[in-house]
Design a protein around this ligand. Structure first.
Ligand code: ATP
Ligand code: MG
Length: 398
């Protein structure tokens, strides 16, 4: 297999379980990643030991997931999830099994897992157990449901998002029947909570292939959040790859594309339906607005924009403008930021208190600060306390 091997603390958990006569295997994403030669984000173990038996074996455990058979074993500063072999009962809501039962055998546990590549088990010593041909699918770069795809998506509609997310992350194709079932069962996605959908979309946005969202939209997985289709945002979604791999610019870029193609009424509406936080909603809304206008041409225009929208939104809009409209705004904005020139009353060399001392109050004071800001935006070298105070005195006298 690959050169990636489990760390000592993981081996320790496996060996402890095994030495007490239980079966224990590495399973799921970590095995898939090891085969791919990638370091796993987390290590999952499945075992024949019941949750209480796992707890007895390790001095430090957490039991938040115990209802689903998961005990988190803590070793030094590490956490390993140990889950009892399980099979899921029937699914009432396309998301959660009504019951889970602990079963004695590994194959039943593997058969409840979503994709063949995620249904491979690796014992601490001995041969890998791969009843669904996951290794071959990984070798060929294919995402395939374990069992019948339509039924598996009926059980849990989130799996449709997971399939496309893994496709984007790993650069794998989705096997034909699995993909056809996503198109067929997409309406079930409407029953998923917005938070789960949001998290999946964000994970897709942060891969090297955010254009997977075209398939997500085309299949109808986002119908609950989109207006009836008009334009097709195909080529523009590819442009999201040119954005930094950060949530804010990628959400903003997505909103701009969807809005331009009439798929959403506004960024605010779309993002609030998906339960994004207020800051992201505001920033993306402002970005979309800015992208509809001509970008600044002079440093002063950039400073005005920075003053009005703040650094985060201005940066986000500049990055989106570069990626989606082939401009070179971000470099211009960075140059302005790097100059250290003042673009906000907070950076003026005088404060409101200074102006109070000179007798200014209320509206007059606010107007004076804005006047000074305009002035130093034109003459950045004059953002000096004495000079500005003199200017205020002069204006007051005249
Ligand atoms: P990642 O690297 O993103 O964590 P992962 O494959 O480890 O990928 P997890 O969400 O951590 O994904 O789940 C761990 C394992 O649990 C999966 O590999 C899969 O075997 C199983 N699994 C997770 N979610 C589902 C689901 N919705 N339906 C069926 N099996 C699932
Ligand atoms: Mg995982």
């Amino acid at each position: 297999m690959s050169k990636v091997t489990p760390p000592k603390y993981v081996k320790q958990v496996l060996i402890t379980l095994q030495s007490r006569g239980y079966l224990a295997y590495l399973v799921g994403g970590c095995v898939r990643d090891m085969i791919l030669g990638v370091h796993p984000q987390d290590w999952d173990i499945c075992t024949s030991a019941l949750p209480e038996q796992v707890r007895e074996l390790f001095p430090r455990t957490l039991t938040v997931g115990i209802r689903h058979g998961t005990v988190t074993v803590l070793i030094n500063s590490h956490a390993v999830e140990v889950t009892t072999f399980r099979s899921d009962g029937s699914y009432a809501d396309h998301r959660h099994p009504e019951t889970v039962s602990f079963v004695g055998d590994l194959t039943s546990d593997l058969s409840r897992r979503d994709f063949t590549m995620n249904a491979i088990a690796l014992p601490p010593d001995g041969l890998v157990i791969d009843p669904f041909g996951g290794i071959e699918d990984i070798r060929r770069g294919v995402i395939r449901c374990v069992g019948e795809p339509p039924r598996r998506f009926e059980e849990d509609a989130l799996r449709m998002f997971r399939a496309l997310r893994f496709s984007a992350r790993l650069g794998f194709g989705v096997e034909e029947e699995t993909l056809a079932a996503i198109y067929e069962k997409a309406p079930l996605a409407a029953s998923l909570s917005p938070e789960r959908v949001r998290d999946e979309i964000e994970k897709m946005l942060l891969t090297n292939r955010p254009q997977i969202l075209l398939t997500v939209i085309e299949a109808g997985l986002l119908d609950r959040y989109l207006l009836p289709r008009r334009g097709e945002p195909a080529s523009e979604l590819i442009r999201l790859t040119a954005l930094p791999k950060k949530a804010l610019p990628r959400w903003a870029g997505l909103c701009a594309v969807l809005e331009r193609h009439g798929l959403i009424a506004s960024a605010g509406e779309f993002l609030s339906a998906l339960r994004l936080d207020g800051r992201t909603q505001r920033c993306c809304g402002d970005c979309c607005e800015l992208l509809r206008t001509e970008p600044p041409r002079t440093p002063k225009e950039w400073k005005k924009l920075l003053n009005r929208y703040g650094v985060d939104t201005a940066s986000c809009a500049a990055q989106c403008s570069d990626a989606l409209q082939s401009r070179r705004c971000y470099a211009a904005l960075r140059a302005v930021l790097k100059s250290g020139e003042c673009f906000s009353v907070r950076h003026l060399a005088v404060t409101g208190d200074d102006l109070v001392e000179l007798g200014l109050r209320g509206k007059e004071l606010g107007e004076m600060l804005n006047f000074l800001l305009e002035y130093v935006m034109d003459y950045p070298e004059n953002n000096r306390r004495e000079l500005l105070l003199q200017l205020v005195r002069g204006t007051e006298e005249s």
